[in-house]
Design a binder for this molecule. Structure first.
Ligand code: OOG
Ligand code: MG
Length: 268
């Protein structure tokens, strides 16, 4: 009896993963899943894994992980108040200083982030004191998020299943100022005008704490992160809607500027 219930469940989870993956590929929005399909947070992560497995089957390579809702500003903007995490692939990378084709997305938004590069395998829960010792470098970054759900509205389970709205990321130049990030100014600008201002302190009090959380989440999921992987610490401010014709830049403390341009692109 139990066996048949769980196998029915796993078929449904795969079907939901396929629906989300197809929505991302075809750039069409779908209704949130949870009103119709009751699944737990744990099952939401299974859907996430299954949708990422489809990307890996198409040849995309894992490059690291991202945390979400590590700042109050993001929790308030999206009405969700739990820390979440998602998986990143190389197909999501966009070039610093390059042009981002908005027709790759449904209703993209951008948010300023801090990105860490690991120097050692993370395969157990780390303490705050240990975190920096597992890092090679830090870079200013921006995440382009794009919910597959209609009107960018979702529950916690929905957004986790949708790989935490992951769509693309632009990572700036790396430096070794890992310990100097506790309270740095963050300014995201559209065509030179500030659209979001904040502080790295908004990210869990100190972005380094994202490494502690990431190590705990990985360990709970029985996963390890190799050396040379990216960890996106989560947005310091709310996200802004992207439109064509923008020069988008982010400055964080003394880190190099990270920037990109937006274009309407070929699919529209
Ligand atoms: C979910 C992703 C949250 C962050 O940095 O907090 C996130 C969303 O806002 O759609 O990436
Ligand atoms: Mg983010």
């Amino acid at each position: 009896m139990n066996i048949s219930t769980s196998s029915t469940n796993s078929i449904n989870l795969n079907a939901l993963a396929a629906a989300l993956d197809n929505a991302a590929r075809d750039r069409h929005e779908i209704d949130p899943l949870t009103p119709q399909h009751a699944f737990t947070l744990e099952q939401a992560y299974q859907i996430q894994r299954a949708s990422i497995a489809r990307r890996h089957q198409r040849g995309e390579q894992p490059i690291g992980i991202k945390l979400g809702f590590t700042s109050r500003a993001k929790m308030v903007q999206m009405g969700v108040d739990s820390l979440i995490w998602g998986l990143l692939t190389d197909a999501m990378l966009r070039e610093d200083g390059g042009t981002v084709d908005l027709s790759d997305f449904i209703h993209p938004r951008v948010e300023p982030e801090v990105c860490f590069l690991t120097s050692r395998v993370i395969d157990r829960p780390l303490t705050m004191l240990e975190a920096a010792g597992y890092l090679e470098a830090v870079a200013p970054a921006m995440e382009i998020i794009d919910s597959r759900y209609r009107n960018f509205k979702f529950t916690l389970e929905d957004v986790v299943a949708d790989n935490c709205s992951s769509a693309a990321l632009v990572v700036g130049a790396f430096s070794d100022n890992i310990r100097d990030l506790v309270n740095c100014g963050v300014a995201m600008r559209f065509n030179g005008h500030a659209v979001q201002l904040g502080s790295t302190g908004a990210i869990l009090g100190n972005p380094l704490r994202s490494i502690v959380h990431a190590s705990q989440l990985l360990s709970k999921a029985e996963m390890a992160l190799p050396a040379g992987a990216l960890i996106m610490a989560g947005a310091a401010t709310a996200a802004e809607v992207l439109t064509p014709g923008l020069h988008v830049s982010t400055d964080i403390g003394t880190l190099a500027r990270v920037e990109f341009f937006t274009a309407a692109g070929a699919h529209q």
